[in-house]
Design a protein. Structure first.
Ligand SMILES: Cc1ncc(COP(=O)(O)O)c(C=O)c1O
Length: 410
């Protein structure tokens, strides 16, 4: 039987560290309670696990306000809360001022403007699109070069008087390009504009530090680089900014049950309903693993894999590899295309004949494929590395591509 190698870590990391499975098993069999809903030991212990996860994430981001970390169910969930919650909140605030006669005319006062990029995932593009219809917001999409890199100065040039949000994807899930998030943070700070970073592909892969990047909002999944299970994620909200963000849902929090409104304090303001405590227990163990290994060491391993992949595929005829040549500006996420193959066809051959699990198509980022010139061909095939991919796995992937290229009679 052909061995199977999972190269779809940009979708979700797999496998997870052993301690993640062990911790989920322990939680499911021995604890099993919901947090904040009881005073018995198991409920308290669940609360403690969630508290630890917030603490670990806060430490990783370099902040000392764990209550500003909102637990979400994936990165999409956090991005939606950040984008819709902020723009609805700001829109309502302006409309309120308009009612009091101090604001400009128009729908809900001034039209809100957002600057984002063509490298974004649909998790950013679609909420913005929905808000164009709902609130009449205006959106500018800053271009990227053919390697998927955005010039921060283009972001500066796109800013207008009514810009209220800059949304940037830190690492591309299409071609692995890493944007200069700190330079964009500087620009956002200079203009006093709220800055949202989509760290879906970078959290756990490279250092993401709030004080260096100066982001006000950082959304990320727990199930990719942080090595937790599916169904986990988080959103960092700069302390004080929560007041401007409208919750997207209301419900039980186990706190202030006597009042009809959603409590305003963090994190309860945005955490209605029972937590995915089983998933969060796994995430706690995933975070512990990342801490033990260190992001630096994991980054070194990923870069080594990138080097080997580029070397091994350098002379494969008809193969094109997209994304930055400079390793310092990339992640272990590679888009490839091979002359004569549709992306779906190439992915099928890779799986059926070589046991390599990759992802073909547009990867939920259509504009990014336009930027790197692969939209018209139906996208690319994506190889994405994780911490358990070995150098031998990558060599085998390179050799498999070479063999496909050699036997392709087209
Ligand atoms: C850049 C980027 N943003 C957002 C997301 C959405 O993440 P999730 O699958 O956790 O909702 C992804 C998922 O692949 C992504 O790559």
């Amino acid at each position: 039987m052909v061995r199977r190698i999972y190269f779809d870590n940009a979708a979700t990391s797999f496998p997870k560290p052993e301690q993640v499975y062990d911790e989920m098993n322990r939680y499911a069999r021995q604890i099993g309670a919901s947090a904040g809903r009881g005073a018995y030991r198991e409920a308290v212990e669940t609360g403690e696990i969630i508290r630890q996860v917030r603490g670990r994430i806060a430490k990783m981001l370099g902040v000392n306000c764990p209550e500003s970390i909102i637990m979400t169910f994936n990165c999409t969930d956090g991005l939606s809360l950040a984008i819709k919650g902020l723009l609805r909140g700001v829109g309502r605030e302006m409309a309120g001022r308009e009612v009091s006669g101090r604001e400009m005319s128009g729908r809900g006062g001034q039209v809100l403007h957002v600057v984002t990029t063509r490298m974004e995932h649909n998790s950013v593009l679609r909420p913005l699109h929905a808000l164009q219809r709902e609130l009449g917001i205006e959106v500018s999409y800053v271009s990227a070069d053919a390697q998927g890199l955005v010039d921060p100065e283009d972001i500066r040039r796109a800013i207008k008087d009514n810009t209220v949000l800059i949304a940037l994807v830190h690492g591309s899930n299409v071609c692995g390009s890493v944007q200069d998030a700190a330079a964009v943070g500087e620009i956002a700070r200079e203009h006093g504009i709220v800055y949202l970073l989509d760290a879906a592909q970078t959290m756990g892969h490279v250092a993401v530090k709030v004080d260096e990047i100066q982001a006000d909002l950082i959304a990320f999944p727990g199930h990719k680089g942080l090595l937790g299970p599916l169904g986990t994620g988080a959103l960092y909200i700069r302390p004080g900014l929560e007041e401007k963000i409208e919750p997207l849902k209301e419900g039980g929090t186990g706190s202030r049950s006597e009042i009809p409104e959603q409590p305003g304090f963090m994190p309860d303001r945005f955490e209605a309903g029972s937590h995915n405590a089983l998933g969060i227990a796994g995430l706690n163990a995933g975070l512990e693993y990342v801490e033990q290994q260190s992001i630096e060491k994991m980054r070194d391993h990923e870069l080594e894999l990138c080097r080997v992949f580029l070397e091994r595929t350098a002379e494969v005829g008809g193969l094109r590899i997209y994304g930055p040549d400079d390793l310092a500006k990339r992640l272990g996420v590679f888009s490839v295309s091979m002359a004569g193959f549709e992306p779906g066809e190439l992915a099928a051959v890779l799986e059926e004949q070589f046991g390599l699990l990759t992802r073909p198509g547009l990867h939920c980022a259509p504009f990014a494929h336009q930027a790197i010139g692969t939209f018209e061909q139906g996208g690319t095939v994506r190889f994405s590395f994780g911490p358990f991919i070995t150098v031998e796995d990558v060599e085998y992937a390179g050799d498999s591509l070479r063999r496909i290229a050699q036997v392709a009679v087209r």
